[in-house]
Design a protein around this ligand. Structure first.
Ligand code: 3PG
Ligand code: MG
Length: 448
């Protein structure tokens, strides 16, 4: 709880706060993040990772159990307009398999004939709308588009965790028209994970930050350095720090503009900031390229750092093994180009082992999640079981809270948000304050 009794940004009115009676026979618009990877082309396209679809099932199933009709809405990719390669059809198919029931897929987007009339309160089906971004009104948060979308339902559930930072018609605009607006189970679970990281992390609290680019991550790094007992850097972003620490980095990816900044962070936080001790280098970034492992201070001109070496994986692994809490975001090497995925995969096994040994671990970012899913399998769990294990379950990590408590779009504006009393029916609609951003004015916030 923040001073003055205002709720923390991590407390939101959620689906579980609603009286089941409120949901029975009602039409619920659920914003989901079904922005999933696809493979194949044309009519043969299929979903290649359904993790995001599975992550939305608890909300969908809860609503169906409570007798709601569910209208699912998502974007897929970044189309500039209608694009046959980005229809939701493959998603609808996979969702049907996972739910074990028919999903009415509405290829005509919002006006789809499959969305039953609002008078039809008895309907309990599931409808999946067409890709929201086929209409320019989605990204523009166009009021007319938001109104049309909202007209399909009586109330709104935001469960698109990976999209909560976008101020679009389906995340923000619709909340002007639907009441109540609540967080779904996925968003709730993610927020609970963040609360634990931000408010009561078991110590030592260790962060592993990787990924290619350093730009845009420095704020996160600063936030982590404030909160964590140790921050281990890997991936391309570590190169700039290795350079700042006085090492030769050859032809490695670095951000020359940030070397000074990296140097000052090393000076201030040198004791808690840990860099790779050995690295895998190659002359070119190509699948199967000839590579060597060298000490971090022995990179020669003409070579590029492309992965963490085994001693680094051991060192970072030792940190997580003795940690109470671990936050990992971003691969330790060029994960998409073998053999430079090896460091990330080996480290993922250390994460899985640390989790089994009792550390509270939070993993974010597509590549890190893919690696941890595989590690979950290798340590002997069935895939599904691994995903369902609460501590191994990958979490799509939303970095904003670690960047100094800034929340954007659909989960923000807390100070201006109208607070709905916990467990009470959401208050009747009224215009809420008109802050400068013109975004969400109500929803999600839960009273003390
Ligand atoms: C994601 O995949 O990160 C989310 O679905 C958001 O997609 P966007 O970055 O295209 O808005
Ligand atoms: Mg994204």
């Amino acid at each position: 709880m923040t001073p003055g009794g205002a709720p923390s940004a991590l407390e939101r009115l959620s689906l579980d706060d609603l009286d089941p009676v409120e949901l029975s026979g009602r039409r619920v618009l659920v914003r989901v993040d079904f922005n999933v990877p696809l493979e194949g082309a044309g009519g043969k396209r299929r979903v290649s990772s359904d993790a995001r679809i599975r992550a939305a099932l608890p909300t969908i199933e809860t609503l169906l159990e409570r007798g709601s009709a569910v209208v699912l809405a998502s974007h897929l990719g970044r189309p500039k307009g209608p694009d046959p390669e980005l229809t939701m059809e493959p998603v609808a198919k996979r969702l049907e398999e996972l739910l074990g029931r028919a999903v009415a897929y509405s290829p005509d987007s919002l006006e789809g004939g499959l969305v039953p009339g609002r008078g039809d309160r008895g309907d309990r089906g599931v409808v999946l709308l067409e890709n929201l971004r086929f209409d320019a009104g989605e990204k523009a948060n166009d009021p007319a588009f938001a109104k049309r979308l909202a007209s399909l339902a009586d109330l709104f559930v935001q469960d698109a965790f990976g999209t909560c930072h976008r101020a679009h018609a389906s995340t923000v605009g619709v909340t002007e028209h639907l009441d109540p607006c609540v967080a779904g189970k996925l968003v709730q679970r993610e927020l609970a994970a963040f609360r634990r990281l931000l408010e009561s992390p078991g110590r030592p609290f260790v962060a592993i930050l990787g990924g290619a680019k350093i730009a845009g991550k420095l704020e996160t790094l600063r936030g982590l350095l404030e909160r964590c007992d140790r921050v281990c850097l890997g991936g391309g972003m570590a190169n700039t720090f290795l350079l700042a620490a006085g090492n030769e980095v050859g032809d490695s990816l670095v951000d020359p503009d940030l070397v000074e900044e990296a140097r000052s962070l090393l000076e201030r936080h040198g004791r808690s900031l840990e860099l790779p001790v050995d690295v895998v280098v190659a002359r070119e970034l190509a699948a199967g390229a000839e590579s060597r492992t060298v000490a971090a201070e022995a990179v020669e001109p003409g070579w590029k750092i492309l992965d963490a070496g085994p001693r680094t994986v051991e060192a970072f692994g030792a940190r997580v093994r003795s940690a109470g809490t671990v936050f990992w975001n971003g691969p330790l090497g060029v994960f998409e180009t073998p053999p430079f995925d090896a460091g990330t995969r080996a480290f993922a096994e250390r994460m899985a082992a640390a989790t089994q040994a009792g550390a509270y671990t939070v993993v974010g970012g597509g590549d890190s999640i893919a690696a941890i899913e595989e590690a979950g399998r290798t340590i002997g769990r069935a895939h599904e079981e691994g995903l369902d294990h609460p501590d191994l379950r990958p979490r799509n990590v939303f970095l904003q809270p670690l960047e100094g408590g800034r929340w954007k779009a659909a989960l923000l504006d807390l100070d201006r948000a109208r607070i709905a009393a916990r467990g009470a029916r959401a208050p009747a609609k009224k215009k809420t304050s008109s802050g400068s951003t013109g975004l969400l004015r109500r929803s999600f916030a839960r009273a003390a």
